[in-house]
Design a protein around this ligand. Structure first.
Ligand SMILES: C[S@@+](CC[C@H](N)C(=O)[O-])C[C@H]1O[C@@H](n2cnc3c(N)ncnc32)[C@H](O)[C@@H]1O
Length: 201
């Protein structure tokens, strides 16, 4: 990814014309992979979901279709949240989920401290944040950790199989799915996106 992917100005310009786009994989496909982990994470308590870096994805609509409505969609670019609301309204005729401007690397100050989630999901937002460097990614991880409820998990999809090879990461990391990327030619090498399940240490 070019370095610009860390910059809010890049996303603002992009979302001025982009109303709907899915990074790496469709939400429907992603949901089919992560649903068992979401179900397991909210067996004792109702699902309270933080969707980080929602962009112009419709992933939140799949949560709502599944009956999970306590979803906080977060992006640091306000236009993304406007797009998210529009996508929800187009699918359901109203807006019931939350859309909050917050920086994923500053969750401690941007979200109320007592706001806890049993599921945090990001779909390639880690990749954008990683463009700002390891410190930014560790700040994101620490903020997610602080906002996880007891027994909560973070599910993250990245194009990188090395995304969480970080010292001081406050999570145990498990790769729960390797998703083959499309090939342009039959003899192109096998390349996979990684779906991570992160549990607080
Ligand atoms: C690669 S896109 C992924 C969008 C969406 N999750 C998807 O799957 O299509 C990254 C998203 O993260 C947002 N983003 C990047 N850095 C961020 C940060 N520090 N805090 C909050 N959102 C951020 C961008 O505005 C953009 O919407």
């Amino acid at each position: 990814m070019p370095a610009d992917f860390e910059k809010q100005s890049y996303w603002r310009q992009r979302f001025a014309s982009e109303t709907s786009f899915e990074w790496l994989v469709s939400s429907q496909y992603f949901m089919s992979i992560i649903e068992p982990y979401l179900v397991a994470a909210c067996q004792e308590y109702p699902a309270i979901i933080l969707h980080l870096g929602s962009g112009t994805s419709d992933l939140q609509n799949y949560f709502r279709k599944r009956g999970w409505i306590d979803v906080t969609n977060v992006d640091y670019e306000p236009l993304a949240l406007e797009r998210g609301r529009q996508l929800e309204e187009a699918a359901f005729g109203d807006v019931k989920m939350k859309y909050v401007v917050a920086d994923a690397t500053q969750l401690a100050s941007d979200l109320p401290q007592n706001c806890k989630f049993n599921i945090v999901v990001d779909k390639s937002t880690v990749d954008a944040v990683a463009c700002a460097g390891e410190t930014a990614l560790l700040r994101m991880a620490s903020g997610v950790r602080d906002h996880l409820a007891e027994g909560g998990v973070w599910i993250s999809l990245s194009y990188s199989q090395y995304r969480f090879e970080l010292q001081q990461l406050p999570f145990e990391v498990e790769v729960v799915a390797k998703i083959p990327t499309p090939k342009l030619k039959a003899n192109d090498p096998d390349v996979y996106y990684s779906c991570y399940l992160l549990r607080p240490k």
